[in-house]
Design a protein around this ligand. Structure first.
Ligand SMILES: [Zn+2]
Length: 470
């Protein structure tokens, strides 16, 4: 038996919907091509082809092939593929036309449209805010289509022993998830975080809506300080390898983070900032210093922290900042980070350093980017190696390994105030948040082999999955 888990960084609606899309994870450009050819005949002309998971890092030396690549397979369908890290978007010509993109488009602040160096035409590769902007305009699946995908996604979470999530969603998805969970027999505790453009209206909703079940609460505001590793837009202090002019993209600077963060703190909500690179983390902490000086009790959290300088970790400790990390990114990113961040001098995926500094740590999956699998997070944090153990692959930065008790606490921390104290919420008289497994999860985390199956899961004292009596 274990405590049940909290996925402290998930895009819940996105995860449920992504399960119905094409998955391009881990494929080379040639593999993507043959996979698309196989399925092309099943698609009706004119219908949107949606997919995700492609990794530029696997074919960054072949960027010249991008332009026209998707048109050759789908000349009659609009195609839109989101990258694995969610920060880039790849469109074909029809999709560009349908979303109103043309070559006289200028790059938006914090984003870029890739262009053919010879012709100046758009290649269909969009980065950061350019991608975000177009993603918002893409035709959405209908309400009925999305609602039909929620039960299956939530079932996966519960089967993985997850009874609580911190969901990073837009306003529409928050309402959609609440509507569904209110009438569903499925139970999932949700703490919602929303981006700034939706903040005021979601805040008002949570403060005026009567009889919301206590399983839903508003966490607060989510901001972005930078991009992501795979798209080479995470903001770093030393340049990307092979690209000496690239220091990533700062999506928001300290002044913008301070301004938005103060507004959220005044409302009494958490302030959460996405910062992957060390430059983004430094910028975020400068903003947090100001926010903290006026709001000593506001929950301040940084999402991701894949590269950090030692003095920034000390500063997080001083300011009482929560580290919200996604250890399974380490397993997927290891080769890429070692390659494109070889010039960085900060600490890579510095989980051990965060633990040693006694910084409160939350684990999340960032699903749909990684599977919502707490065992994978625990494996990554405790061993910094994927399964199976391979004597030829050394542990990656062994000094950053987390201890078993600290990792287990971070994976199960369902209550944000509790992670800031020593109270585990686990003992006689507490409402049970637990999972019973058919084999010892620690054996699986340590050595692999057959995956433990949940036999019983309880959330807040109620049984939410029962394979013992059925
Ligand atoms: Zn995320």
């Amino acid at each position: 038996m274990t405590r049940s888990f909290c996925d402290s960084h998930i895009h819940l609606a996105g995860f449920c919907v992504a399960r119905s899309q094409l998955h391009l994870d881990g494929m080379t450009l040639d593999e993507i091509h043959s996979y698309l050819l196989q399925i092309a005949h099943q698609r009706q002309a004119g219908t949107w082809i949606r997919g995700r998971g492609w990794e530029m890092n696997l074919w960054c030396d072949q960027m010249h092939r991008v332009s026209g690549f998707l048109d050759s397979v789908f000349p009659e369908n609009p195609v839109s593929f989101v990258s694995k890290d969610g920060h880039s978007l790849w469109l074909n010509r029809i999709a560009m036309a349908e979303t109103g993109l043309s070559s006289d488009q200028t790059d938006p602040p914090g984003g870029r449209y890739d262009r053919d160096p010879q012709t100046g035409l758009l290649t269909g590769m969009l980065r950061e805010t350019a991608a975000e902007e177009v993603l918002r305009r893409l035709p959405k699946p209908t309400e009925t289509e999305i609602e039909a995908l929620l039960p299956d996604g939530i079932r996966i979470l519960i089967e993985n022993g997850i009874t609580s999530v911190h969901a990073f969603e837009n306003e529409t998805n928050i309402h959609r998830l609440i509507r569904y969970l209110r009438r569903s027999s499925q139970k999932l505790k949700c703490r919602f975080y929303v981006e700034s453009h939706d903040f005021d209206s979601v805040f008002r909703f949570f403060h005026t809506e009567r009889d919301l079940p206590d399983t839903f609460c508003f966490g607060g505001l989510k901001l972005f300080a930078d991009g992501a590793l795979g798209s080479r837009t995470a903001a770093v202090t030393c340049p990307y390898n092979h690209d000496s002019s690239n220091f990533g993209l700062l999506v928001m600077d300290r002044h913008q983070i301070t301004e938005a963060g103060l507004r959220a703190a005044e409302y009494g909500t958490d302030v959460s900032v996405h910062a992957i690179g060390d430059r983004a983390l430094g910028e975020t902490l400068e903003a947090f210093k100001l926010i903290r000086s006026r709001f000593p009790r506001t929950v301040l959290r940084v999402e991701h922290i894949q590269l950090a300088r030692k003095n920034d970790i000390d500063c997080m400790k001083e300011l009482g900042v929560i580290a919200s990390i996604q250890p399974s990114h380490l397993l997927s990113d290891r080769a890429m980070a070692a390659e494109i961040w070889s010039l960085q001098t900060g600490l890579l995926y510095p989980y051990g350093s965060l633990e040693n500094a006694a910084i409160p740590i939350l684990f999340g999956s960032d699903a749909p980017i990684e599977p919502p699998d707490p065992f994978r997070s625990l494996r990554a944090a405790m061993f910094r190696l994927d399964w199976p153990d391979d004597p030829d692959i050394p542990v990656w930065h062994p000094d950053e390994i987390m201890s078993i008790p600290a990792a287990a606490h971070s994976a199960c921390a369902t209550n944000i105030r509790r992670i800031l104290s020593t109270d585990t919420g686990w003992g006689e008289g507490c409402r049970a948040d637990l999972a019973v497994w058919d084999r010892d999860p620690m054996d699986y985390i340590r050595s692999g082999g057959p995956r433990p199956q949940a036999l019983l899961v309880m959330a807040g004292g109620s049984i939410v999955l029962d394979r013992l009596t059925s």
